[in-house]
Design a protein. Sequence first.
Length: 123
Amino acid sequence: MITELAEDDIFVFGSNLQGQHYGGAARTAHNKFGAEWGVGVGPTGRTYAIPTMHGGVDDIRPYVDQFAEYAAAHTDKRFLVTRIGCGIAGFADEEIAPLFANAYKLPNVYIPREWLPILPNLG
């Protein structure tokens, strides 16, 4: 559980498209790290929102790809990814972790330890 951020850290969390940060990591993002109410996609404050509550894995994939592009362009930041989609949204780690295969390769993206056994096996 992430409770504090260093100066260049960004808290990456699962959200909904409406940016209503009621529970889980989204609530932490809003209450502690500046995620703006009403913003459900992309950077605000010291956070980055990836929507996970609007469909299946294929619906989430473009937002994760967009995140990977953003992280690659912002190498001065360290992105701390929470287990997005694996709490309130109800997905399994094995469903969501593979979406982060490209982001996992970036030196400034840190993924949840639960995903470590899954990602190296993706080729």
